[in-house]
Design a protein around this ligand. Structure first.
Ligand code: UDP
Length: 235
């Protein structure tokens, strides 16, 4: 089964290839994979994270006001949006960035109905600046945007981890991977792969989430085609 309209969440870490900033080679290869999927007729909306630049909670720990730090975090996501837009358009895929914080020179404002229209025309829409609100995460925004634009599923691409485990697989060699997991179990276990607010929003609206490894080439196409990779979190 291939999805018709998906919301792809790309964590910021991926854009930096594990470092601070944007690695153009990495973004280019993600753009190529997304372009392949778009060419098959699937409508793709994207929410990008900003963890490769700044995370509000981390800046707060170092003495910064949380709200201001979160705004810095949101601005970081927009840089990722522009990099991805550039490489998608080099692939010949028309792309629009919509930002939750108005910045007319580089992005449209977030207008949900317009976003849906872009998708219907086969354009990729990239949502930047999170929700435009401190204390939120781009995971939560991914769930909200997926619901508002009528996506069938949230596909959460992670850097170097191929799904949800019962413990951190980077530090615990005995960690077991889940193929499927209910929203309630995800929340009860306090798992950190996705934000709890995002998972509870998905649960309350019965929106499936698939968490998969973005670092493995071809995975975006696989997950869009409904291949069972990663971990599906659902009812
Ligand atoms: N952020 C925010 N409100 C939002 C989305 C993001 O304040 O609606 C800030 C927050 O500080 C967060 C940072 O932007 O730490 C980067 O986003 P996130 O950590 O979700 O990115 P990811 O982990 O996916 O790379």
């Amino acid at each position: 089964m291939t999805y018709q309209r998906v919301l792809l969440k790309l964590s910021g870490e991926v854009f930096g290839g594990g470092k601070v900033g944007v690695d153009p080679d990495v973004v280019n290869s993600i753009a190529r994979e997304i372009a392949d999927v778009v060419r098959t007729g699937v409508q793709v909306a994207i929410v990008v994270g900003g963890g490769n630049f700044f995370r509000g909670a981390e800046l707060q720990q170092r003495g910064m006001d949380r709200s201001r730090a979160d705004y810095i975090g949101m601005l970081g996501t927009v840089m990722n949006c522009l990099a991805l837009q550039d490489f998608l358009e080099k692939q010949g895929v028309e792309t629009r960035v919509q930002s939750a914080i108005t910045m007319g020179q580089v992005a449209e404002p977030y207008i949900p109905r317009r976003a849906i229209r872009h998708l219907e025309k086969g354009r990729v829409v990239i949502f930047g600046a999170g929700a435009g609100m401190p204390y939120f995460s781009t995971d939560t925004v991914a769930a909200q945007r997926a619901l508002e634009v009528g996506a069938e599923v949230i596909l959460m691409g992670k850097q170097g981890v191929d799904g949800v485990y019962d413990a951190d697989p980077k530090t615990n060699p005995d960690a077991q991977k889940f193929d499927t997991l209910s929203y309630d179990e995800f929340l009860a276990r306090g798992l950190k792969v996705a934000d709890a607010t995002a998972v509870s929003l998905a649960r309350d609206n019965d929106m499936d989430m698939v968490m998969f490894n973005l670092s493995e080439e071809g995975n975006i196409a696989r997950v869009v085609q409904g291949e069972k990779i990663g971990t599906t979190v659902s009812r």
